[in-house]
Design a protein around this ligand. Structure first.
Ligand SMILES: *Cc1c(COP(=O)(O)O)cnc(C)c1O
Length: 381
């Protein structure tokens, strides 16, 4: 089945009791059993819910994976993955991670004795310097947030497998439409479903997809034991969102390209970070492992002035100044004070995340209107 067909049909079937074409919202906490040892596959809704099950199958199918698991947030999904580890274990990860992941790793899990190496993985070979007998996992995020760096998933998998490490990939920015890490050898795909999969800025949710039975059992055990599961209403909203994922992504990519090219030629704009440019440092890898380049991009102003960047962000009318990404509406964001405020300034600056950096999540509006909005806002910056 092709991607668009799966987005509409995978995991869902008419409700057996009524024929309802849309998966019902099973708003229940428990299920009546015939006898103590006999039930219809559902005992208590922390463990399983039919609406959630449909969604899990749908997301697994989009990643060409065997098993899907949904969580109450992207961080809840990441948390479950890190709980596979034990004190003393080490993780190799990149130095421009999503701010919330960095915060969880350093502020929560380092206290539990897990060590994280935050390194530049745009050259996978750098991992070889840090990998040792205690290394148990690689945590990759590509394209990265907000600098749109690209990590070669296959090259990292090669090093990880030689050292018996699991590879988990945060695939939020690409969405399953653009990139499928399991096919590149990764063991776990993580999504902040909140973003492209949900797509309408109305749900917080996370997901994991895996192929290995034992890994699935372990993660399902953690999900049920620790309890970060999503509710059926949210599962329904995401099932609905996914039906247009391929259509939305197509437009996100078209609009992203138009805006990236416009900004690149604007006299007030400094650097534009978008992996579709042939002079992007990792363009060749992006081209190899992604189907297109997406609607996420960042840029700086030539003046590199925080005041000018602030003026621009206050002047846009169609772009909304907000955290998050991947919804149908275009958003503008200031990583240094918003999404990445939890990363210490020196750490940020070292990694090229300057004070005047602006991130766009390009929506699916008409490109002409988005360009006109940027034009008027840039004239005031
Ligand atoms: C938003 C985001 C997360 C966290 O997901 P939540 O649903 O907000 O918990 C993780 N990784 C990336 C890349 C994200 O953009």
């Amino acid at each position: 089945m092709q991607f668009g067909t799966k987005a509409i049909h995978a995991g869902v079937e008419p409700d057996p009791s009524t024929g309802a074409i849309m998966t019902p919202i099973f708003q229940t906490s428990t299920y009546v059993q015939e006898s103590p040892a006999k039930h219809k596959g559902y005992a208590y809704a922390r463990g399983a819910n039919p609406t959630r099950n449909s969604l899990q199958k749908s997301i697994a199918a989009l990643e060409n994976g065997k098993f899907g698991l949904c969580f109450s947030s992207g961080m809840g999904a990441t948390d479950a993955v890190i709980k596979l580890l034990s004190p003393g274990d080490e993780v190799i990860t990149s130095n421009d991670l999503y701010g919330g992941s960095y915060r969880m790793f350093t502020k929560v899990y380092e206290r539990f004795g897990i060590k994280f190496h935050f390194i530049d993985l745009t050259d996978a070979k750098n991992a070889e310097t840090y990998v040792n007998s205690k290394t148990k996992m690689f945590w990759l995020e590509t394209p990265s947030n907000p600098l749109m760096r690209i990590i070669d998933i296959e090259a990292c998998v090669k090093i990880a497998k030689k050292n018996n490490c699991l590879v988990a990939v945060d695939n939020t920015f690409a969405s399953p439409y653009l990139q499928n890490p399991l096919a590149l050898g990764a063991d776990i795909v993580m999504h902040s479903v909140t973003k492209y999969l949900g797509g309408h800025s109305d749900v917080i949710m996370g997901a994991l997809v895996v192929n290995d039975d034992k890994l699935y059992q372990d993660l399902a055990f953690i999900a049920n034991s620790c309890g970060a599961v999503p509710g059926p209403q949210d599962s329904f909203l995401v099932l609905r969102g996914i039906k247009t994922l391929h259509l939305r992504m197509e437009r996100h990519c078209q609009n992203g390209k138009k805006i990236a090219e416009y900004l690149k030629n604007h006299p007030k704009v400094g650097k534009v970070y978008w992996p579709g440019f042939t002079d992007h440092a990792n363009h060749a890898i992006a081209k190899k492992q992604m189907r297109d380049f997406g609607g996420m991009l960042s840029f700086t102003l030539k003046s590199d002035s925080v005041e000018a960047a602030t003026k621009l962000m206050e002047s846009v009318e169609l772009f909304s100044l907000a955290e998050s990404l991947g919804g149908v509406e275009s958003l503008i964001n200031h990583p240094a004070s918003m999404t990445h405020a939890s990363i210490p300034r020196d750490e940020r600056m070292k990694n090229g995340l300057t004070d005047s950096l602006i991130r766009l999540s390009v929506g699916v509006e008409d490109a002409e209107d988005l360009l006109a909005d940027l034009e008027q806002a840039l004239s005031k910056a």
